[in-house]
Design a binder for this molecule. Structure first.
Ligand code: HEC
Length: 91
């Protein structure tokens, strides 16, 4: 991992996320593939995802573009923290 993405992860993990804002971001960017309630569609069900992926792995999944057809997203650290908070709320 390069220095920049490491900095991005550190910064994201320092921030307090908002479930509400994360949910809004999810609705805009992720529901087309993961479903409006994140129960899965083209992409997998994301409930309990935070039990099989840690936060770093989720950040890499979302920003990395390593598993097509899922695209890579450019999300600032605060919004990434919101998204993580939302995904944790799906436990
Ligand atoms: C174009 C469709 C598409 C979009 C848009 C998309 N995803 Fe995905 N996502 C996928 C697919 C397909 C996989 C499975 C990839 C694999 O395992 O090869 C996946 C996997 C994941 C995983 C790992 C889950 C697992 O069990 O492998 C997470 C976490 C995830 N997506 C989160 C998100 C989030 C958050 C967004 C919005 C920012 C998003 N995705 C947008 C298609 C999409």
């Amino acid at each position: 991992m390069n220095h920049d993405s490491n900095q991005y992860i550190v910064k994201t993990l320092e921030l307090e996320g908002s479930v509400k804002d994360g949910n809004a971001l999810f609705k805009t960017n992720c529901v087309g593939c993961h479903g409006i309630t994140a129960r899965g569609l083209v992409g997998p069900d994301l409930h309990r995802i935070t039990q099989s992926f840690n936060d770093k792995e989720i950040i890499k999944q979302v920003t990395g573009g390593l598993t097509p057809p899922m695209p890579s997203f450019e999300i600032d650290p605060q919004n990434m923290a919101n998204l993580l908070k939302y995904l944790h709320s799906l436990d």
